[in-house]
Design a protein. Structure first.
Length: 607
């Protein structure tokens, strides 16, 4: 290749491929290929040519194209996706042949046959993030066209991608017929209607008029209003603004949540407002607002979460801190607000879903219904929950969280002996968890489920990796730390395990019972039986396992009467208990922990 002459240029690069191509080809090879080639002739080629672009090459199930301007590339992409969206409107979701499109503006190398370089690689990585029918673009594209009439975007946050050293910020293009956004909304809450392909150059249409009563978002959405600096010192505005910006950034890690971007919410700074009006104007379900008061070396931070549809308070709290390290204080309070608020928000969403009629439910709401049933922890409700999750997937095959939830139903079926074939249930759980990761690889919830399945299959290295990935994707979710601690304990790493569990427990004031159950198991495996008893007695886990662990902790601590009472309660709940089976299912890495567990079981009278 050293004899080839390369030209270096700045270009807008479009990468596209057919979403789920392998699955579609397996289902119906002829129909998939027929759709692909009809798109080429009737949609792709005309739209690219009309917007001064050229197809550089075909990639089997997609294509690579370059354009002289960003506006041309985005306009062509919208034309392609709008046209195809109309064609597949009445096609079953799992049979649709749809493109994912990514666009980047960057420096590229080109010869007569191909284009090369990071500018191309980034476009390909962005395309892989997009949902079927969607268009995602890099920040370099967004910055070029964000102020042009007819273009609007959802801020999807920063992502680390393979072979690219720095994280890249990506945006999702809004247009008529676009799939529902999955993360963070941005500058404009209304979509932009952009022209469809035609014989002449495609020009963006003007934005649609904003509805005075926008539809309530199908998934939870939130606006973090600028925190008020009520200390009287304008030099402390930076602290209040920093709180607001950090909360927006950290909330965006929750993939289920749509978060209004900074530029929009800061237009409310210093303005009198009603929360209900903010909800209508920004089309959000929740509003978080707060204040900062600094006095001497102390600061008081208040925050409240409000349901914008009703004006009712969901949660409120106050934090008083010393200001030895102002930025450390800011980080700590942001983390505490996020961890506690997210659990309250989940509770509010579950309550809302209970009031919906079946006809009104979408994939997200079906999953909430399923989760509420699953949390009752019975064989019957586990099966009912699975049915709701399956309905969610049928309605939205791209909803990765539902796949992870299905994995949980199979996992609990195996762990609670509700299945006649434990390994078959675990394999089904692994299959669904991996599907969820494939659909949404940046969801911490999906990696959390995968880690649980790996752990239950005694795949310790894989479980640790999945739990570490869970925390890296969302360091504000305490569940990740608590479960990571449990895996570490089963690997014999007790001090690290306790550190992780305590970190999760300390992050939130709204602690679920399984946190204490996990803490108790870690203390037991570390030989701290009184501490294990104290933690387990605080647990309100609906599963029977907490009584088994409480019985063996009492027994090892010499409290024989209490051990017998706890063991009797466990046997009442699990009348078909089998000692050998139970021992075989505990995924200990080392014999030392397995022997300690077995000793407690014997002292508690389980064998």
């Amino acid at each position: 290749m050293s004899d080839v002459d390369f030209a270096r240029t700045l270009a807008a690069v479009m990468a596209a491929d057919v979403a789920g191509y392998s699955r579609l080809m397996q289902q119906n090879e002829d129909a998939t290929m027929a759709a692909w080639w009809s798109y080429r002739r009737e949609v792709v080629d005309p739209a690219i040519a009309a917007n001064r672009g050229r197809i550089v090459k075909l990639t089997g199930d997609g294509f690579l194209a370059e354009f002289p301007s960003v506006a041309d590339a985005v306009t062509a992409a919208v034309a392609i996706q709008s046209d195809i969206g109309e064609r597949v409107r009445d096609v079953a979701a799992d049979e649709r042949v749809e493109f994912r499109i990514g666009i980047n503006l960057g420096d590229i190398l080109k010869d007569d046959e191909d284009i090369y370089g990071d500018g191309v690689n980034i476009a390909a990585r962005i395309e892989a993030m997009a949902e079927p029918g969607g268009i995602w673009v890099s920040s370099s594209v967004h910055d070029q066209v964000r102020n042009r009439p007819g273009f609007a975007f959802d801020d999807m946050g920063e992502h680390s991608v393979k072979n690219i050293e720095q994280p890249i910020r990506v945006y999702r293009v809004q247009f008529d017929g676009a799939p529902e956004p999955v993360r963070v909304t941005t500058e404009s809450s209304q979509a932009a209607a952009v022209g469809a392909a035609g014989a002449a150059h495609i020009t963006p249409a003007l934005p649609r008029a904003v509805s005075t009563a926008p539809a309530t978002p199908s998934r939870p959405s939130i606006a973090v209003l600028p925190f008020d600096n009520i200390g009287g010192d304008p030099e402390q505005d930076y602290f209040a603004d920093g709180m607001t910006e950090d909360l927006i950034t950290e909330l965006s890690r929750f993939q289920e949540l749509l978060v209004i971007a900074r530029n929009t919410v800061f237009t409310y700074r210093g303005r009198a407002h009603k929360v209900e009006d903010v909800g209508r104007e920004l089309n959000v379900r929740y509003v978080l607002e707060g204040s900062v008061r600094k006095a001497g070396d102390r600061v008081r931070i208040s925050a409240q979460l409000i349901d914008a549809t009703t004006g009712h308070h969901v949660w409120a709290d106050r934090f008083d801190r010393h200001l030895e390290d102002v930025f450390a204080v800011q980080d700590e309070v942001v983390q505490r607000i996020i961890a506690t608020m997210s659990s309250k928000l989940n509770e509010s969403e579950r309550n809302r879903a209970q009031s919906l009629s079946p006809d009104a439910m979408q994939a997200y709401d079906l999953s909430l219904k399923g989760r509420e049933l699953w949390r009752k922890f019975t064989p019957e409700t586990n099966i009912q929950a699975r049915e709701f999750y399956q309905q969610a997937i049928d309605l939205d095959p791209g909803y990765g969280r539902a796949y992870a939830s299905l994995a949980w139903t199979h996992l609990m079926e195996a762990l609670e002996r509700w299945s006649d074939d434990r390994e078959k249930s675990l394999d089904a759980a692994l299959d669904w968890a991996l599907r969820g990761i494939k659909i949404n690889p940046d969801s911490h919830s999906n990696h959390f489920a995968l880690g649980q399945v790996y752990f239950s299959k005694a795949m310790h290295a894989e479980a640790l990796q999945a739990q570490e990935r869970t925390i890296s994707l969302n360091p504000n979710d305490p569940d990740g730390y608590v479960q990571y601690g449990r895996v570490l304990a089963y690997c014999g790493r007790f001090q690290g395990a306790l550190d992780q569990v305590n970190k999760g427990i300390e992050m939130t004031t709204n602690k679920p019972g399984w946190y204490y159950w996990t803490e108790g198991t870690v203390h037991y495996l570390g030989g701290q039986y009184e501490e294990a008893i104290s933690a387990l007695r605080r647990s309100s886990s609906p599963g029977a396992g907490s009584f088994r662990w409480l019985a063996i902790s009492y027994a090892m601590a010499g409290h024989d009467e209490e051990a017998k009472a706890a063991a009797d309660e466990y046997r009442r709940r699990v009348p078909d208990f089998d000692y050998d089976y139970q021992l075989s299912t505990e995924p200990f890495l080392r014999d030392e922990e397995r022997d300690l567990y077995a000793e407690g079981m014997k002292k508690a009278g389980f064998c």
